[in-house]
Design a protein around this ligand. Structure first.
Ligand SMILES: *[C@@H]1O[C@H](CO)[C@@H](O)[C@H](O)[C@H]1NC(C)=O
Ligand SMILES: *[C@@H]1O[C@H](CO)[C@@H](O)[C@H](O)[C@H]1NC(C)=O
Ligand SMILES: *[C@@H]1O[C@H](CO)[C@@H](O)[C@H](O)[C@H]1NC(C)=O
Length: 295
């Protein structure tokens, strides 16, 4: 009798136990991840669309196996295993999620960079059939946690315009810019970029300078999230226009406006780890130098 009461109490008092996981109900459906492209959450604990390759094995679908509801950590285990010379390996990916709106979230992958998985933040570990549960305490605490710029956006497919947020303060105005790809300067004679009048959408005037900006064919992108640290603004842009191999659905802008100048660097998808405003990102189109022409 006492034992039963005690067990019941423990069950009621314990936080959401490791070994079970329920994804946020709002996630059910199709989303765009700013790195992985389209994701599908069929509901409860499954995710399809994070494609991770390791030792020529490909993981495409995942199951959330435990969570920490205090920190918003979700620990996913790949539904497929990696074949490492005949020894099957599990692949884990822990994320910490943050809500922006019902239709937009962002997250950090709380796993170390795995060189044997194309530098994805995942943990690859030999399958031990005796182990059937995994804790966020041991799988969500990487040695080198992601920097503030390394976030991924999640935007609900079909509700993209509901994800618009104010652009970062330095971009609330109208500007001239010079674009430098490392070798060539463009747009020095005439250009215009503005966040007016919406304050949530950046428009480039391609009639003044036709050089593609923000990987947008139409020259129009939504601001959907900004994280600041020190002098840097890490802004995620969403392209509601044409998307193909040239024009990207997401672009990261790293922005800084200090006494030494006003700079923006771009990178398709998520920000590069360590990306700065004054240096061309490895996969970027270059650096913009801005001048404000109107507040
Ligand atoms: C967000 O979703 C919750 C749960 O479905 C709902 O109650 C709420 O009204 C929604 N908020 C907005 C702004 O749509
Ligand atoms: C910004 O203004 C300064 C001073 O007028 C000028 O020298 C510089 O070329 C301008 N830069 C851009 C990007 O338009
Ligand atoms: C900057 O990026 C562009 C586009 O990827 C590339 O062509 C150029 O070589 C890069 N420049 C430098 C200095 O890295």
């Amino acid at each position: 009798m006492h034992g039963l009461v005690f067990l019941t109490l423990c069950w009621i008092l314990s936080p959401k136990a490791d070994g079970s996981c329920t994804l946020p109900p709002l996630w059910t459906g199709d989303w765009y991840d700013s790195f992985y492209g389209q994701l599908t959450f069929p509901g409860t604990s499954k995710l399809a669309g994070w494609q991770v390759t390791s030792f020529a094995s490909v993981i495409t679908s995942w199951t959330c196996v435990s969570e920490d509801t205090t920190n918003n950590y979700l620990l996913f285990l790949g539904d497929q295993t990696v074949d490492f010379f005949g020894m099957p390996q599990n692949v884990f990916r822990c994320v910490k999620w943050i809500k922006i709106t019902n239709n937009s979230f962002f997250y950090y992958a709380r796993s170390d960079i795995e060189v044997n998985a194309n530098n994805a933040r995942v943990k690859v570990e030999a399958v031990d059939s005796a182990v059937t549960s995994w804790s966020t305490a041991s799988y969500c605490n990487p040695t080198s946690a992601p920097g503030p710029e390394e976030y991924h956006m999640l935007i609900k497919k079909g509700s993209e315009s509901l994800a618009k947020q104010w652009c970062p303060v330095p971009l609330l105005g109208t500007f001239n810019y010079v674009h430098n790809d490392g070798t060539t300067e463009s747009c020095a004679s005439d250009s215009q970029m503005t966040a007016c009048p919406s304050w949530t959408t950046i428009q480039f005037d391609y009639t003044k300078c036709s050089k593609t900006q923000a990987f947008s064919q139409e020259g129009s992108v939504y601001c959907v999230n900004t994280i600041t640290e020190g002098d840097n603004y890490y802004t995620a842009l969403y392209n509601p226009g044409v998307v193909n191999t040239v024009y990207q659905r997401f672009t990261c802008y790293v922005i800084s406006e200090t006494s030494s100048g006003f700079y923006v660097s771009d990178s398709p998808g998520i920000c590069e780890a360590g990306q700065t405003s004054t240096v061309n990102a490895t996969d970027g189109s270059g650096v913009l130098t801005l001048n404000r022409t109107r507040k």
